[in-house]
Write a protein that binds this ligand. Sequence first.
Ligand code: PLP
Length: 409
Amino acid sequence: MEKRYIYADNAATTAVSENVLQSMLPYFTSQYGNPSSIYKLGRDAQKSVEEAREKAAAALGCSPSEIFFTSCGTESDNWAIRATAERLAAKGKTHIITTAFEHHAVLHTCAYLEKHGFTVTYLPVGEDGVIKPSQVADAITDKTALVTIMYANNEIGTIQPIAEIGAICREKGVLFHTDAVQAVGHVPINVAEQNIDMLSVSGHKIHAQKGTGLLYVRKGIPLPNLIFGGGQERGKRPGTENVPAIVGLGTAITDACADIPEKGERLTKIRNKIIDGILNIEGTRLNGSREKRLPGNINISFLGVEGEALLLLLDSKGICASSGSACTSGSLDPSHVLLSLGLPHEVAHGSLRLSLGEDITDEDADYIIAAVKDVVTRLRNMSPLWEDIVSGKEHTKKLLPFVSKITLV
Ligand code: PLP
């Protein structure tokens, strides 16, 4: 098969689209005004920022005054969680509920708060990677300040029952934040209908540039500042606006949220073809629910294979993928997400995440399946663990229930 180049790591980041780039370009050159300036050049820049805010609000089902532009998804998560926690601590609310498989932007913010007198409940995740609304209801106490649960997981792509969780929080008078960084543009979102109080978005996952994001905060919810300065973003998030990035984010969120069902249907078909093709290899497992899953996400573990080696060999075949979280791919620790599903280290280590882009074709799918089969066979031929597994060594028997049937020699 002729070598191809396939970028299948869209959950790590995406290319800036031509449409987004074109919308940004004037703001680097002729339209360089500071939105706070009084003259026309400044007023025009301010107008463009407000237009981007309107686009973001239309995409999420809220009003423009509920959108605050930030520097990234991480900042949005930190702001929503930390500022809410610190505000409500004054009212004796010192408990936060989250899950064990959040992104580190949430987990490390919660760990920080734990060091400062808060208690955090990390809800365990079932094998299917989906939190049950009843788990949230059971964990809420009269000290709970905030529930923060991601919309879709960045590694295994599982989609959480956000509207149900939101309804429970609303009924119990607890604020609800969701990290929707991986969900925006892939599933329809309406913050009002889904009872969401705060929601984080990152631009670079939806074809805007890196280092741009936003936080939706429902009207009436006071959110203290994380940083202090001038009057930008109604004084809540000061710092001269990154006008090109904000304009680009406005374009990107509009494009990403158009035709979601049609795009999703096409992607899901190709995704399922790849999943089925790869699961034909023995000793594999799909991590997370197949149904409640982002259209472009595939996460499969291979027994007897090291994730890093798998990635390097796939790279040599022109396929960009990842193993575990992209943000921690430099570390040799198995992914906390896969461990939270109850997988043993040996199974979590040999995992592959493919996050497909809209440009993926059927031919790309065939190429990926063939490449993965070839690479896994080569790696298993060199693996002492695989040799022990197929020869039925005692220490490997505990791993077998986690993967598809293996022919012993
Ligand atoms: N939350 C999730 C679920 C993510 O996947 C990421 C990035 O990978 C982030 C937050 C952080 O977003 P950013 O890179 O914009 O800081």
